[in-house]
Design a protein around this ligand. Structure first.
Ligand code: NAP
Length: 258
């Protein structure tokens, strides 16, 4: 088994779940380039390497595509079955009930488009695992940002008009093991339950015992360069592995950080 992007937050969780896998960080394989000649052909690849800077992709869509599409094609070139981690951002967010696997994607950002084209580059016979709002004890994520801000400030302003399912990378890594026993195809794999970013921030402060207020703002007020789907809750209409509720994932993450 080979893990790409092994230094990222999901890559780190996958390394823990699959300790015998060959795990390559970006320094060991920049997937925008062909695979290192020394790499032995794997039986299966967990492809966690990606351009994940959503706002940065608006400025440099070609850079994002080089990694998320071209990089995925390079990984597919290895000829092994591939688990490609995709995103809720392949949807436009106009639906008012959870997106299922058969819903048509319609990305509204350069990042979302690169992730969707990456799904195609992964090829038939791949597991396309769409997840959302990932967080874990390492790397850049909302939980770690809120813990830092909550310790420094009395109040933070957080968006309250985007809905999603915050998913703990440890739970997604365990579900990946279960998924390998299912047939390839598109799978929606996220935590149970959903919330807004503001609700998530309030839960983080409550669980961490931080005395910090959440002031709710709109996405328009925040004014980020990349548009985000307003509603990107994913559910499976297939027998995808069930994950614990996002609040349980939050507690598991905080336990790890403690
Ligand atoms: N984060 C989310 O909320 C979210 C939601 C849904 C789906 N996903 C998907 O889940 C997967 C894992 O995301 P994540 O949250 O773990 O992201 P992450 O923490 O940013 O990890 C991505 C990793 O890929 C590496 N990388 C970037 N460009 C690379 C390249 N050219 N070659 C090799 N490695 C490269 C990064 O290295 P550097 O740090 O050195 O750049 C980083 O270690 C991605 O496919 C992402 O699109 C993420």
């Amino acid at each position: 088994m080979l893990i790409t992007g092994a230094g990222g937050q999901l890559g780190t969780a996958l390394r823990e779940e699959f300790p015998d896998a060959v795990a390559l960080t970006r320094a060991e394989w920049d997937v925008a380039l062909p695979a290192p000649a020394s790499l032995k052909p794997p039986d299966v690849v967990l492809h966690a390497a990606a351009w994940t800077d959503v706002d940065g992709a608006e400025d440099d869509p070609q850079g994002a595509a080089a990694v998320n599409v071209g990089g995925t094609a390079n990984v597919a070139e290895l000829g092994a079955p591939l688990v490609y981690f995709s995103s809720d951002y392949v949807f436009d967010g106009h639906k008012h009930e959870p997106y299922v696997e058969s819903d048509g994607p319609n990305p509204i950002s350069a990042y979302g488009r690169s992730k969707l084209h990456g799904e195609a580059a992964a090829g038939d016979g791949s597991w396309i695992v769409r997840s959302s709002w990932l967080f874990g004890p390492t790397g850049h994520n909302f939980v770690r940002t809120m813990l830092r801000l909550g310790a420094e400030r009395d109040e933070v302003s957080v968006v309250d008009d985007q809905h999603g399912s915050p998913t703990y990378v440890g739970h997604l890594a365990s579900a990946t093991r279960e998924l390998l026993e299912r047939p390839p195809g598109i799978w929606h794999v996220t935590a149970e339950g959903d919330c807004t970013w503001a609700e998530f921030a309030a839960a983080i402060f409550a669980e961490a015992g931080l005395d910090c207020r959440v002031r709710t703002i709109t996405t328009a007020e925040l004014g980020r360069p990349a548009p985000r789907p307003a509603f990107s809750v994913l559910r499976s209409e297939k027998d995808a592995p069930a994950l614990p509720h996002w609040r349980e994932g939050l507690r598991a993450c905080l336990d790890r950080l403690a």
